[in-house]
Each structure stands twice: as C-alpha cells, then as structure tokens.
Design a protein. Structure first.
Length: 121
C-alpha cells in the first residue's frame, strides 16, 4: 500500500476510537495528516466540505448528540445552519474520528470504517 494517499484524520487523542483508527492506518503503512480538531477547530466551510465528502448535507451526521453541551445549547430542534455554527464554535460537539481521502470521508466509528477509504482508493 502506498503511503502517499494523503489521508487526513480529525483526531482527539483522548478518544479510543480515534486512536484505534490511527493504529489501523499505521498497520496499513499509511501516515495520515493528523488534525487535532479540538486545538485547531475546523471552520464552518471545513464542516460543509467534510459533509459533502461524506455524501450528506446533514450536520447531525458528524454531531455528538449525546454531549451535555448539545443538550445545554438546545440543538436538538435547530436547523442545519444553526447546528453548523454551533459545531464551528464548539468543536467538542464534532464526532470523531473523521477520516478524509480525496473526495470521500468516513466517520470512523467503529475505527475499522477508516479501512473503507483505503479499500476504495
């Protein structure tokens, strides 16, 4: 497997699923670009772009709806624009890990989903 596939992983080092996805990539010889999204929050445009790569325009596909902050901010009934703004302002609400390769992305939960990107490359 080539290591020049330019996989990017939105990573939270405290998350076991995120660490697991990175380990699976390493086993395949892939050295991804790691974005610690809690430290370097994606912009609203970044979020829209990753949703497009996921094949959806629904920000709930990348939202941690079980987070206390999600409930505290009253996001359950809001529209996509409000939710995108909330995700950009509060990256803790973004699901992890998200792996991106070319024009495709996956939410790697379970971590093995990251392999779908490689298998289709």
């Amino acid at each position: 497997m080539s290591t020049d596939q330019n996989v990017t992983v939105w990573h939270n080092p405290r998350c076991s699923k995120s660490r697991g996805a990175l380990a699976l990539l390493a086993e395949r010889g892939v050295e991804p670009t790691v974005v610690r999204y809690l430290d370097d929050a994606p912009t609203r445009a970044d979020l829209v772009d990753v949703l497009r790569r996921l094949g959806t325009d629904d920000p709930r596909a990348i939202t941690r709806t079980g987070e206390k902050l999600y409930k505290d901010l009253g996001l359950r009934e809001v529209d996509a624009d409000v939710l995108l703004d909330a995700l950009a302002a509060n990256p803790v609400l973004i699901e992890r890990p998200i792996a991106v390769l070319g024009d495709r992305a996956v939410v790697a939960r379970p971590p093995e989903k990251v392999l779908e990107l490689l298998d289709q490359a």
